[in-house]
Design a protein around this ligand. Structure first.
Ligand SMILES: C[S@@+](CC[C@H](N)C(=O)[O-])C[C@H]1O[C@@H](n2cnc3c(N)ncnc32)[C@H](O)[C@@H]1O
Length: 237
């Protein structure tokens, strides 16, 4: 189970926050650019109430929490313990557990799911998960389904001249870095979903049918997986 894998990451004191969030140690600087991108995509305002589902060690929720009125997060209790151990977490409301089972009696003006949905087993589970999140969104609220690893986008990028150069440089950089850590602790993937063009647009269309505008937006290429991932922005009516 994916949450258990992340709880194992979180329990390792020698793992960096970047690794606990499922990224490579070499992505520590690109990771810092995600928040600026999300400020626009979520249209963050001081009066916002924010929920992050699958928050990891809080590398996004913590900086965002300074810019809004109230922040709540959902993740495995051991992952939340890691978030709690970082400075500035005292006012964040914690909901430990699998989001599918957690009860939240509140609606939010902004909801973030970043790098989470592809850990679910199939499209139906994703649709159910997103529907539960959508019901927690206030009218006119915004939700970002971010960092969707679209395999078609990745294939197109890797087939390009730029992609070929990139992958050579990437393999060299990772080989000299934390490849062993990731190989040892890698998320077991047999039960996870492979996003592709059709699923991304199917999800956008599904959310529109619930009464929202949805937009598929690119990531700046200098984000951790900016060449191969994309974001779905949802604006509820
Ligand atoms: C790749 S990490 C991303 C963390 C954070 N959103 C970020 O981008 O820095 C995915 C996180 O989602 C959590 N997660 C996966 N499935 C979940 C579920 N069903 N309910 C709540 N959290 C979940 C994992 O435990 C993990 O901490």
């Amino acid at each position: 189970m994916t949450q258990e894998n992340y709880a194992n990451f979180a329990r390792q004191q020698n793992a960096s926050e970047t690794q606990v969030a499922g990224r490579y140690a070499i992505q520590v600087l690109p990771e810092k650019r995600i928040v600026a991108d999300l400020l626009h995509k979520l249209a963050i305002e001081p009066e916002d109430t924010l929920l992050e589902i699958g928050c990891g060690p809080g590398s996004l929720a913590l900086p965002l929490s300074y810019l809004v009125t109230e922040t709540s997060v959902v993740d495995h209790q051991d992952v939340l313990a890691r978030l709690k151990s970082r400075g500035g977490a005292k006012d964040i409301r914690l909901y430990p557990g699998d989001f599918a089972d957690v009860t939240i009696n509140q609606q939010f003006s902004k909801i973030l799911l970043y790098s989470v949905l592809h850990y679910l087993p199939d499209f139906d589970s994703i649709a159910k998960f997103v529907r539960k999140a959508f019901d927690l969104l206030l009218p006119e609220g915004r939700m970002v389904l971010g960092d969707l690893p679209n395999e078609d986008k990745k294939r197109r990028f890797l087939a390009s001249a730029k992609g070929k150069t990139f992958i050579e440089e990437w393999n060299l950089a990772v080989a000299g870095s934390d490849q062993d850590f990731h190989a040892k602790h890698t998320i077991s993937t047999p039960n996870t979903f492979g996003f592709h063009d059709k699923a991304v647009f199917q999800l956008a269309e599904l959310v529109r049918s619930w009464g929202a505008e949805t937009y598929v937006l690119p990531q700046p290429p200098n984000l951790p997986f900016g060449h191969t991932r994309e974001d779905l922005v949802i604006i509820k009516r």
